[in-house]
Design a protein around this ligand. Sequence first.
Ligand code: PLP
Length: 413
Amino acid sequence: MAKPPSRPASSATRLVGAGRRPEWTGTADHPSAVVSPPVWRASTHLYPNTAALKEGPRHNADGRFYYGRRGAPTQWALAEALTEMEPAAGPDGGSLLYPSGVAAIAGAVLTAVGPGDVLLMTDNAYEPSRVLARNFLARFGVETRWFDPLDLGGFERTLCDRTRAVLLESPGSLTLEVQDVPALAHFARKRGACIILDNTWASPLGFSALDHGVDISVMSLTKHVGGHSDLMMGSATAGAEWYRKLRQTSQVLGQVASPDDAALALRGLRTMQVRLERETASALAIAHWLEGRPEVARVLCPMLPGSPGHELWRRDFTGGCGLFSFVLKGGTAQARDALIDSLDLFGIGYSWGGFESLVTPLEPAHARSASPWPLAGMDPADRFGLRLSIGLEDPADLIADLEQGLAAWGASL
Ligand SMILES: *Cc1c(COP(=O)(O)O)cnc(C)c1O
């Protein structure tokens, strides 16, 4: 793919122009005729003659249309925009799109491991990533070992000569521990392992993964990039070497994303920075408020001092987001569910990163194998929690809603 045009350094400014190449937004007579790349719904490219048809595959370095499975300008514009958000990918690096975030994780992991290899996975990983390893990769002779996300020494001891890939998730999307990604990547690289990071929480706007030693940065675009809870998509961004390998895997497995969804994701991307800034400020205000409540034992929010890995968040991140968890003091699952059911402004549903606030029960115990829940330093009686995805509502309204929710909790004990 051709070198992306050089952009001003600020990510906010880059977000506005990213992926808007004149050849994707214009016509021959009118370069840049429209602002956003139109939706190209296409499987088939028509050639003027058989000679051009035979040349088609050779010209397809993704910058020219060849066949729908290799994408079209709408998908390329989104992929290029995502790459521009990770400048360390370099001119020959790039991004692949997938039909979901899980597909992106699978695409990255399957690119890096083979029979006999060991995959190391952080213990706070998104549960479907664990299922992929346990129920699928194991059938193909890939062994997975889990490590405590906060224990660098333990990670180093778990690495072995067969470790071909490491899957990190920082912060983890349930328990929100921030990992020392540069240190973990340093140890893993010495063993020749590919470092894959699920960067869905921060996105490149909050954490420039490739600058911190990551080889493949994966995101569920379903969350903040889409931002409106109306599409499913994933991405993987890498420098030249891993981008080339990721493309091969995608083509073999037939991974494609629809042009309509790509256009929606591109629209979401344009406003992502302002949405993230607003959500982050609201989440921090709500996290502070929860911390002062007698019913609350622990708030797990990377932006909040005292949250696991907060110092690493301050050191490595340039932003946050609205997803965090909190744990109640003692109590019962029933009282926690009464709290959730009493909320008016929080939708009850999986996913996060949309414009609207969501809540789910936090029950990570069954999805951990190398580190404890409750986390070290927490009272074992404090087990029932909630995960909140803070949207664009007025934070004062959300706090008022949570206040009456805590009253429902108290009444149910
Ligand atoms: C939602 C999510 C995914 C998976 O994304 P889908 O688009 O739902 O497949 C991966 N990682 C994290 C951290 C997520 O929250």
